[in-house]
Design a protein around this ligand. Structure first.
Ligand code: GUN
Length: 300
């Protein structure tokens, strides 16, 4: 059934646009540079950062990764960030979450120079998104979902969109992007969360459902309006005694049951994941352009 939204193909298109911009930067003597910081040995973080590093390499973006011990003090990490904030070869800084429990993510993300905040987590960039001001960085996963919707010609103007999940990384910024008074937005956004009543009823009204709550296969077939566009942001590891590793990854959508009823749906993997990386690469190039080509930057 061909109602799949091919995130890999759309991400590849964005990468080719990014490569062209990397070429222009290099022609003017600038190699875009991105620094990854990992604290401790979270296995998923190691995999994610490895994938992002490889993509940087493929696109001609210089990247390096600093791995700090799990017991590194927060003040040491803040000192490291201050150095990268000052380093003109570093245009983007990404501190991979989750951080160890003795660190305060809010403080760490607020220490990254907003002009280098390619994750879009700094309060200045969060505020610019909320206020619909230009020049900030959009967080990569919701920006990637928005691009998927735009590039598959999903009607958003006046549409009923239900966002499931109110996290700072996806749910809140996603709702904000789609409710803006602007082209490719203007949706009527409902944000449901763990205390919402009648989530299934909200979902059944939705023209677009974006699931980012981190509950395995939460969205079932009976919650979908026929023809709805269904986007799965979830990555959940569940136990599977039948598999070699004893576990497997599933999304927040019961894909096999929902797909026949959906107008369009993201596969998982191969839907949102590649888009997150594509937006990170694009943000890094934008950061390098803003810092070097005299384009008005996020601080202006
Ligand atoms: N961990 C899970 N998602 C993200 C993300 O988008 N950025 C960072 N820095 N860490 C994450």
């Amino acid at each position: 059934m061909d109602n799949l939204i091919d995130g890999r193909r759309i991400a590849a298109t964005i990468h080719s646009e990014t490569v062209a911009r990397v070429g222009q930067l290099k022609d003017s003597g600038v190699t875009p540079g991105l620094v990854f910081i990992r604290v401790g040995e979270d296995p998923a973080s190691r995999v994610y950062v490895g994938m992002k590093e490889r993509k940087c390499h493929d696109l001609g973006i210089h990247s390096s990764t600093l791995v700090l011990e799990n017991d590194t003090s927060q003040s040491h990490l803040l000192g490291v960030l201050e150095e990268y904030n000052q380093d003109p070869r570093v245009h983007g800084i990404l501190v991979q979450a989750p951080l160890p429990r003795h660190m305060d993510e809010t403080v760490v993300y607020a220490t990254v120079n907003p002009s280098k905040d390619v994750d879009g987590f700094h309060p200045v960039n969060v505020g610019k998104l909320m206020l619909h001001q230009p020049g900030g960085f959009l967080p990569c996963t919701p920006a990637g979902v928005h691009e998927l919707l735009i590039r598959t010609d999903c009607p958003l103007e006046g549409a009923e969109v239900v966002v499931l999940g109110r996290g700072n990384i996806v749910g809140k910024p996603m709702a904000s992007m789609l409710m803006q008074k602007s082209k490719n937005a203007n949706a009527t956004v409902t944000l449901c969360h763990s205390r919402s009543r009648n989530i299934a009823e909200h979902c059944r009204r939705a023209d677009v459902i974006i699931a980012a709550l981190g509950v395995p296969e939460f969205v079932t077939e009976d919650m979908i309006k026929p023809g709805a566009v269904v986007i799965d942001v979830g990555v959940n590891r569940i136990s599977d005694p039948g598999s070699k590793t004893g576990s497997r990854l599933v999304g927040d959508i019961d894909f096999h049951a929902v797909q026949p009823k959906a107008g369009a749906i993201t596969p998982n993997p191969g839907g949102v994941g590649p888009m997150t990386i594509a937006m990170l690469m694009r943000n890094t190039v934008i950061a390098a352009e803003q810092q070097t080509l005299d384009i008005t930057g996020p601080d202006a």
